[in-house]
Write a protein of this length. Structure first.
Length: 252
């Protein structure tokens, strides 16, 4: 029986892959998967300057949920996040990262399980296809751009097949001195496409300014929104008044 117990322990441990990353971070690929996918949940153990440690999933659960057209801002997700501190050591920080902090290294292993479990729950709740109110974001953006184009005397094109590889489309193109390529980033995947378009234009040295417009940070994920400003011409939250100012500035 003792040999059987040892075999079970080794088998369980072998399911977790541990890799050493930079600055002492240990990346743990767990056998736990996001529901309905084959993506395994990855947890990172990070040493802290005060001698403690943190265990987190790097915000992947929220990112994957947004990419799967989930809703991390739904009422059920908000209630679950609010209740997290009462159910265990896992909390969510301002970057939508599930995290456990501590000093007792004996608790690192159970913390890995708790973070992975919370990541699985968050993804499942966010991607549950309950009743969702359709957004009119794309329609509002279209109306705003049509009005701006008419007022400024600019030619406006919709659903434009861009001259880059991959067959990606622009939602709108305005004929400003440097063509203004507008992407209605309704989710994280579309925002990534805006980044790909921007990078291809830069690589091909083709004139064009990629403007990614999102309905809210939550719609694409806070981290993805902040990152996108480094990989697009500009990424903004939709506001028709400020959008007009931005287009006007591009004429100078």
């Amino acid at each position: 029986m003792e040999l059987l117990a040892d075999d079970i322990k080794r088998s369980i441990c072998s399911l977790f892959e541990v890799y050493a990353d930079e600055k002492g971070v240990q990346r743990v690929v767990t056998p736990i998967e996001y529901p309905g996918t084959s993506d395994r949940i990855v947890v990172r153990v990070r040493p802290q300057q005060d001698g403690g440690y943190s265990v987190d999933e790097n915000g992947d659960a929220a990112m994957y949920a947004n990419m799967a057209d989930g809703d991390t801002e739904s009422e059920v997700v908000k209630r679950w996040i609010d209740d997290l501190p009462e159910s265990g050591p896992v909390t969510m920080d301002e970057d939508e990262t599930l995290i456990v902090k501590g000093y007792d290294t004996r608790l690192i292993a159970p913390s890995i399980f708790r973070v992975a479990e919370a990541a699985q729950h968050l993804y499942a709740l966010a991607t549950t296809r309950g009743e969702r109110h359709p957004s009119d974001f794309k329609e509002r953006l279209s109306r705003a751009l049509l009005e701006i184009a008419a007022e400024l005397g600019l030619k406006h094109h919709e659903n434009v097949d861009l001259p880059i590889s991959g067959g990606l489309l622009a939602d709108h193109v305005l004929d400003t001195p440097t063509p203004l390529i507008v992407i209605a980033a309704t989710g994280a995947t579309r925002l990534l496409e805006a980044e790909v378009i921007h990078m291809q234009y830069r690589m091909q040295k083709t004139p064009g300014f990629v403007l990614a417009v999102v309905e809210s940070q939550k719609a694409v994920g806070k981290k993805q929104f902040e990152r996108a400003n480094y990989y697009t011409g500009k990424t903004v939250i939709f506001d028709d008044h400020n959008l007009k100012g931005l287009v006007s500035a591009s004429l100078n």
